[in-house]
Design a protein around this ligand. Structure first.
Ligand code: CA
Length: 243
């Protein structure tokens, strides 16, 4: 991908300028939108590669913008918001946001998130030619055969553990909420499965441990959910992650 096009959605001019200057300095192309209505219009007419989205907008709430965009596009959306409650993050992620950055944020952190998202986009493009297998560091999933390997040794997973692993792998790079994961794995009201998810996640991680350490490619986002990252990529998501 050469010179990704970023859509900056932000009603606060100083923050919009700060982000614009940072992107320009780092050789990104960008568009700006000061409200939700313009954001949706720009997204549909210019087909940007990534959207940076403030939630507190003068016309539409940012979560509403995510829902509208998601009805027709998989455009990666990184929320940048002052709303720091877990419930706000969960609402935005469940609506379809890919990542969440809390204001005040550092420009370096923003650039790191952008690089991670671009890596994921590039990876998705190369994966789409061969969707029957997923390789992530020592982990290999053979979707066609329905089995997974760690350092080429077959993992003995229960059907639920395998399903859980596949949901994480197929959404590699995205923060997945507990609700999303349980809906994908059990396909039912997640409240009944929150405790089960914790248990199955613990047993899955135990099986994925590399020489006694927690698998480096699964992050826990306390109170929110989990994310699989590409092994070998430095964690790029800040202090709310624990290994
Ligand atoms: Ca705002």
């Amino acid at each position: 991908m050469n010179k990704p096009l970023i859509l900056i959605v932000e009603d606060d001019p100083p923050i919009r300028n700060l982000i614009s200057v940072a992107l320009e300095t780092h050789d990104y192309r960008f568009l700006t939108a000061p409200n939700g209505g313009t954001a949706i219009m720009e997204a549909s007419s210019h087909n940007p590669d990534i959207m940076l989205l403030d939630l507190g907008l003068p016309d539409l709430d940012g979560v509403e913008v995510i829902r509208k965009i998601r009805s027709w596009s998989n455009l990666p959306i990184i929320v940048i918001s002052a709303r720091s409650d877990d419930s706000d993050k969960i609402e935005a992620l469940d609506a379809g946001a890919d990542d969440y950055l809390i204001k005040p944020f550092s420009v370096d952190e923003l650039l790191a998130r952008l690089r991670a998202t671009i890596r994921r986009l590039n990876q998705m493009q190369s994966d789409s030619s061969e969707t029957s297998e997923m390789i992530n560091g020592p982990l290999r999933i053979d979707y066609a055969a329905g089995c997974a390997f760690l350092s080429e040794k077959e993992l003995r997973l229960t059907p639920i553990e395998y399903k859980l692993l596949c949901v994480l792998a197929r959404n590699c790079g995205k923060v997945l909420t507990h609700k999303f994961i349980t809906q994908q794995v059990w396909g039912a009201a997640w409240e009944n499965h929150a405790a089960s998810l914790r248990v199955f996640m613990a047993t899955l991680r135990k099986k994925l441990e590399v020489s006694g350490d927690a698998p480096p490619f699964i992050q826990t986002h306390v109170g929110i959910g989990y994310r699989m990252i590409r092994a070998g990529n430095a964690p790029d998501s800040g202090a709310h992650d624990i290994p």
